[in-house]
Design a protein around this ligand. Structure first.
Ligand SMILES: Nc1ncnc2c1ncn2[C@@H]1O[C@H](COP(=O)(O)OP(=O)(O)OP(=O)(O)O)[C@@H](O)[C@H]1O
Ligand SMILES: [Mg+2]
Length: 240
């Protein structure tokens, strides 16, 4: 058994399907296992099912069929309290950001830490650290709705990372960013991954795949197409 196979499972999907009316098979019989500490890039054409998969993983949506387990928690059997506790361990950067436009950047980032009862000092220092890292410190007290798309995207990423989650789900996190700013975001993700967090990043951006030890998973029309470890060019079967 390799070292990677010994790691506990963070995400387990077995035969998951999700259909939207009238007959869009957004996900079709998807099975996938992601282990703790892995960095995974989820690729596929527009409409392939990437966002649908991420929404199921953070229990915003429920599958029509199949089984989903996150950090040992069966999502279909979780109580509201168990789901709340689980969500505190997951940081999500949504494709459409979901920021509160009238709240300041700092207030948007603080939210995930406040619901976890973090101290004011922790919240302040995490906010400043992340905004410095993402070159946004000067926007800390600006209303989030006044920021450019690329700035809002970075705020969404800072909010996802702020509570030091075990799992980060990021949906097109570099879609509005130039190459230099993309690099800042990827450095942040790599830092979290090196500290043990599991990352699942949905992206079209080929420039960010190249990270030793990471894997690419491709979805085509709602089905898993390939899983490929970066750097080896080796194709693997659909279940890691
Ligand atoms: N709430 C919904 N109601 C109806 N159809 C939906 C809904 N959400 C997603 N779909 C459809 O499911 C399919 C998968 O959508 P999804 O948003 O997961 O794609 P994606 O891979 O994230 O695409 P993109 O790269 O454009 O973000 C698409 O055909 C989409 O139109
Ligand atoms: Mg999407």
């Amino acid at each position: 058994m390799s070292n990677e196979e010994k790691r506990p499972t963070m995400i387990d999907l077995a035969r998951v399907s999700k259909t939207f009316p009238p007959d869009t098979h957004a996900l079709d019989d998807v099975s996938l296992r992601i282990r703790q500490g892995e960095m995974i890039f989820l690729t596929g054409q527009s409409g392939a099912g990437k966002t649908t998969l991420l929404r199921l993983l953070c229990a915003i949506d429920i599958p029509d069929k199949g089984y989903i387990e996150i950090a040992g928690q069966d999502l279909s059997r979780a109580t509201d309290t168990e789901l709340q506790n689980l969500r505190r361990r997951i940081g999500v950067a949504y494709q459409d950001f979901k920021l509160l436009p009238d709240k300041t950047v700092a207030q948007n980032i603080a939210y995930s830490m406040e619901v976890s009862y973090r101290s004011r000092q922790f919240i302040r220092s995490q906010t400043e650290k992340l905004l410095t890292e993402l070159h946004l410190l000067d926007k800390m007290d600006a209303p989030a709705g006044c920021l450019s798309r690329g700035e809002q995207q970075r705020v969404a990423i800072a909010r996802a990372a702020a509570n030091e989650p075990e799992l980060i789900l990021a949906d097109e996190p570099t879609g509005n960013l130039d190459a230099e700013t993309t690099e800042l975001v990827m450095q942040l993700f790599h830092r979290y991954n090196e500290q043990g967090a599991t990352l699942l990043v949905a992206t079209h951006d080929h420039s960010i795949y190249d990270y030793p030890g990471s894997k690419i998973i491709k979805i085509e029309n709602g089905r898993l197409a390939i899983q490929k470890p970066v750097g080896t060019g080796r194709k693997a079967e659909t279940r890691a």
